[in-house]
Structures are given as structure tokens and as C-alpha cells.
Ligand binder design. Sequence first.
Ligand code: NAD
Length: 499
Amino acid sequence: MEELSHFINGQRVAGTSGRFADVFNPATGEVQARVPLASVEEIDAAVAKAAEAQVEWAKVNPQRRARVMMKFGQLINDHMDELAELVSREHGKTLPDGRGDVQRGLEVIEVCMGAPALLKGEYTNDGGPGIDLYAMRQPLGVVAGITPFNFPAMIPLWKMGPAIAAGNAMILKPSERCPSTSLRLAELIKEAGLPDGILQVVNGDKEAVDALLDHETIQAVGFVGSTPIAQYIYGRACSNGKRAQCFGGAKNHMIVMPDADMDKAADALVGAGFGAAGERCMAISVAVPVGEKTADALVERLVPRIEALKVGPYTAGDDVDFGPVITKASQDRINGLIDSGVDQGADLVVDGRGFSMQGYEDGFFVGPSLFDNVTADMDIYKEEIFGPVLSQVRTETYEEALKLTMDNPYGNGTAIFTADGDTARDFASRVNVGMVGINFPIPVPLSYYSFGGWKKSAFGDLNQYGPDAFKFYTKTKTVTARWFSGIKEGGEFAFKAMD
Ligand code: NAD
């Protein structure tokens, strides 16, 4: 069995804690590797080296740092298929989804190639007589990135790109379920010219995370994962005086108006609801048709599309629409939630429980499920299922659909399908959700915007990637300056030197 490592000071190193986690092949249910779980001492050593290396990295001019990003981007492109396969092997998503995972991370690296422009400061000439003011953006020092299992390439790249381009060193703690992609990315960025110690990949669990949260040297924590952990990490990091931005879970609603193109709405719901087995924080998990006729028309179109979905291992090629979920526990939890939906009175129109595939009987597969007549008090509505389950909540009016979306505690993404510009405009302006799609089911902003939800989907006041990330990973220093040699005899200027 493969034994994975950490990536510290420019090389792969074995763990010394003696603790490991199993890394599964979700399609077969077999353990395919084990990953070391770092101890507090290993975290301390990684942080110490990062702090030392960061001093020199901060002095490297922004354009040279951007060149490392440029080379890194090229290498990611050159290794696209290899990285996608690493993602799919541990996550279970299809190879096209694996490539998408790498691609959406690469796009953030492309924006980091423009770091010099994003790091430019401000200047006021003659803010007073002979007085100039300027503000500069300086790196924070050593920062931590803690990432989830569901995008093993994209989210580590969202974290490391802006942090490093801004002159910081990063301790990246990827998900212990999908650690290999981060280790490979660390090798590639080293090959691109990044000095040793600036990106340290430390594998681990709660012990490693808590050590980072409590470490005096760590200046900022960028987290992505489930809401309870996001809230915990935000609280602990902030109470230790660190900057934190912690992105959490989601329950994304898609409103379908009676005037929407029903075929396009159904296609969008199937792609956004079941793609990557629903393991996306921007997955649509709640369809909200307005009016009984709309709801009936939607179900009529959804059922054949969902029944035609092909589930299987990524190795079966492009024919597969989605793969297994991440763990046995996740499979059991999803099946249990489907049971609860039936018990609580929802109509299970397509039942994905009990899915089995010859040769992959022990894989963590769940077939696609569709519920109709779901109500807001049911567990399948309240919980983030994070699996291939779509729930339809019928509403009578647009206002009712909007209220349902707004009353939900999560606020990551939402969408409306309609042919009416006024309705779409009203929705975009009033809804209390961070990312909104108009006839667009998964409105992940392009990499030169920033990504972030509202309500329980994000804690902290800046979004990730794009311009916000460069604000998050730098602090502003403002200088007020004057030069006495410029003051003429007789005091032409109306100020005096301070004591
Ligand atoms: P998770 O919260 O279980 O784990 C995320 C990270 O936190 C991992 O690195 C894990 O090792 C660490 N962790 C887990 N438990 C911890 C604990 N008790 N103390 C300290 N650290 C701990 O999330 P996951 O299951 O890996 O990912 C799925 C979740 O991530 C979903 O809820 C999904 O919606 C969310 N997500 C959110 C976004 C976003 O941008 N909002 C993006 C992707 C995924």
C-alpha cells in the first residue's frame, strides 16, 4: 500500500507522529494509501522553516513572484491529465470533472500572474503643504490554508496562489481524504522556481489544524469546508488574533418561473444537482418551481433525464456522469437522509438507494434521487445532503419562492430561470445570497471576481480569490511623509516639525 508524506522544505518527507489516516478508492471501497497525520511538533517545524524562508520571499519583487506563477500555470497545464487523474483516484469524480477541478484552480493562478497590479499601493501628493501620503500592501508572513475533500486541486490553488503571489509563506493542510494532488502541486510550484519552505504541505487532522490555529506565527487562516467546522475555526482563529476567512456549507435553491424554458431548466437542474455526485458547495439541491403547472412540467422532464444518468467509476471513461461519494459514512448518511425524506412524507420519485454495480459492490455509490413535495420542516430540506439528491419544493408565487430562499440559513449560491428580465433583476437585487445565477445554475464567479457566500456559508468579511484575496493576504501600511530640506527659509509652509 502506498504511504504518502508531507511536503516540507522543498521535499516529500515521511510523517513522524506514528498516526495515519486511510485514503480510500471510493469506487472499490478499498484502502489505497495511508497518509501521515502531523503532530504539533511537525507543525512547529514546518512553520519555523516557513517563517525563515518568508523573510527573503517578501523581498522578491512582485514581478518576479508573478513569473513563478506564470511558470507554475504552464506546468499545471502540461500536467493537466496527470493532476486530473490524481483528483479522480482519491475523490472518485469523473475525469472531465477532475480536469474541471484543476482548470478552475489554474484560472486563479492566471490571475496571480497579474499580482504586481493587484498589489499596487496608493499615493497622495501634497496631502498638506509638502506632505505626501502613501499606502502600501505588505505580506502578512506565514498563513495557513485548510481545505476540503471535494475540490482537491481547485481549492488548494485558490489558497496558495494569492497568498504566495502576495509574498507570504503558506502552510497548506489539505483534506486527509484527498491529499495527493496538493503534494504534486507543491512539487510543480517548486519546479516553477518557488524557494523551499514557502509552500509547506502538512497532512493531518484536527490535531494539526488546532496547532495551526493556536500557533503564534500564523497570521491568517483561510478555510473551506463544512459550516460547523468553518464556524469553529473562525472563532478560534479570531480569538487568537488572526485574520480568518472561513467558507462553509450550502443549500442552493433554483427558482423556476412559469415562463422559463422548461427543457433548459431541467437540463440545468440535472447538471447542477447530480454533477460530481452532488458533492459541490455550489450544487443545486433544491428546485423551487412557481405554480403547480411549472412543478408538474419540471418533474415530467426531470425523471427521464435522471433515470438516464450513468453512475460508475472514473475509469469507465467519459460515459459516466458521476462517480461514488467520498466515504462509506457519507454513503450511509445520504441513504439515511433519503429514508428520512420518505418517513417524513416527501414523494420519492426516483430512488437512488441500493445502487450496486457489478465488480464495484463495495464502492461508495449512491444512485440519483429526486424528491417532490418536500417541505421546509423535513430533514432532507434542512440538512446539506452533499450527495446526488434533488428536492423539489412547490410554491405558489414568486414571493413565496424568494422568501423560502431567503429564510434558508445558508447563502452560498442561488439561481433563477425565467424569460422575464424584471423578475430576474428583482431577484438578483433582493436575495440574500452571495452568488446569483440568472438562467445559470452554478454561478461560480470567474477568477478575476471573488467567490463567497452569505449567512452560514461564510464567516469573515472578504471573499476568496480575485481582488479580495489580495486584500486578505496583505496588510496596509500608510506613510505620511515630509522633507525638511524642502521648507524654505522664513517658513513658507504652514506647518512645523513635530517634536
Ligand atoms: P470538513 O469540514 O469535514 O473538512 C474541511 C477541513 O477541515 C479538512 O481539511 C479537515 O481535515 C478539517 N477538519 C475536519 N474536522 C475538523 C475539526 N473537528 N477540527 C479541525 N479541523 C477539522 O469538510 P469536507 O467534508 O472536507 O468538505 C465538504 C464541505 O465543504 C461541504 O459542507 C461543502 O459545502 C463545503 N465546501 C464549501 C465551499 C465554499 O467555498 N463555501 C467549497 C467547497 C466545499
